[in-house]
Design a protein around this ligand. Structure first.
Ligand SMILES: O=C(O)CCC(=O)C(=O)O
Ligand SMILES: [Fe+2]
Length: 333
């Protein structure tokens, strides 16, 4: 572990669309080239909304397991929504010591994509905790807006027009959202659990994460592992495999993991994945200086070469997700 810290960027000019946007973009570009991870402040998301989400999530995760299983993922079908219990998700082939609620853009059963049985699209399974549904929907809407602004900054940082990604990939982004609880509870003897979340990269374009005050997230930079401790009022942002693919490796999707929580208090985290539309075909951005698209599969956690991928983003996502939820793959895909 090194003492280096991840950059903290005030994105208010980018959010407001005022002068100074290019200076913010330059800072984002430097962070993406160096770490693939950065904090943002001045993001405009209401702190009261974030606090409400934390409180209601605690209320949900404190429910008995059998109650939470009323909203289990198996009932979400192809929409891939709902609750999974402790140890229910495998990252890097091993169970994670976390439980979670999987969510995404709310689409009614009558929506054409849901009618066409498109995986990961559909209605959410909202637990019956008063105010939870509205809070989750408001939060997803606010952070999705932030995602659009940050992608404009990323486009500018690459010397592209601000609307580059919106035009090609994210006019209707695929939004997946998760509520995670990392309980402090010890791992029973004989269970092969090492991490809260094992080392991995994220799959899409940009992840925007709120974490509570407990900590545990760490980032694997070229210089070694760096902690990404909680910074009040900020979001942690990191780029995913598709931006790595599009930029020919200029912007790396940096591996990260979460330590097993031994703090004595539950840890909550809320990643929102701002990703290309399911149907979008991911293409390399032409003419980026320094983009080598080097095959780094030997060093990657999944031994994959992201630059060799071509096709719909949805296919990339499904191949990944079916590895982390093997039982569900057999049931619904
Ligand atoms: O909980 C965290 O801090 C990170 C979670 C994460 O990396 C993910 O869900 O992809
Ligand atoms: Fe992640």
């Amino acid at each position: 572990m090194t003492d280096a810290a991840l950059p903290l960027i005030d994105v208010s000019a980018l959010v407001a669309g005022t002068g100074g946007r290019d200076a913010v973009a330059a800072q984002i570009g430097a962070a993406c080239r160096a770490h693939g991870f950065f904090y943002v402040t001045g993001h405009g998301v209401d702190p009261a909304l974030v606090k409400r989400l934390e409180e209601l999530s605690h209320r949900f995760f404190e429910l008995p397991e059998e109650t939470k299983m009323r909203w289990r993922m198996a009932l979400g079908g192809r929409a891939w929504r709902g609750y999974f219990p402790l140890g229910g998700e495998l990252t890097s082939g091993r169970p994670d010591w976390k439980e979670g609620l999987y969510l995404g853009t709310e689409l009614p059963a009558t929506h054409p994509l849901v009618q066409a049985k498109t995986p990961v699209h559909g209605p959410n399974l909202f637990p019956e905790v008063p105010g939870f549904r509205e809070t989750i929907l408001d939060y997803m809407a606010a952070v999705t807006q932030l995602g659009h602004r940050l992608m404009e900054g990323i486009a500018l940082s690459l010397g592209l027009e601000a609307g580059y990604f919106a035009k090609r990939y994210t006019a209707d982004p695929l939004i997946l959202f998760r509520l995670f609880n990392y309980p402090s509870q010890p791992v029973p003897e004989g269970l092969d659990v090492q991490w809260g979340v094992g080392e991995h990269t994220d799959y899409g374009l940009l992840t925007i994460l709120h974490q509570d005050h407990i900590g545990g997230l760490a980032v694997h930079t070229p210089g070694g592992w760096i902690d990404a401790p909680p910074v009040a009022g900020s979001f942690v942002c990191n780029i995913g495999d598709m931006l790595d693919r599009m930029t020919g490796g200029l912007y790396k999707s940096t591996p990260h993991r979460v330590k097993r929580n031994t703090s004595g208090h539950d840890r909550l985290s809320f990643p929102l994945f701002f990703d290309p539309n399911f149907e979008a075909r991911v293409q390399r951005i032409e003419g980026l200086a320094g983009a080598e698209a080097r095959d780094d599969s030997a060093e990657r956690w999944d031994r994959a070469n992201v630059h060799a991928f071509s096709g719909r983003y949805g296919d990339y996502l499904l191949a990944k997700v079916s590895k982390v939820f093997p039982q569900l793959r057999d049931e619904v895909l």
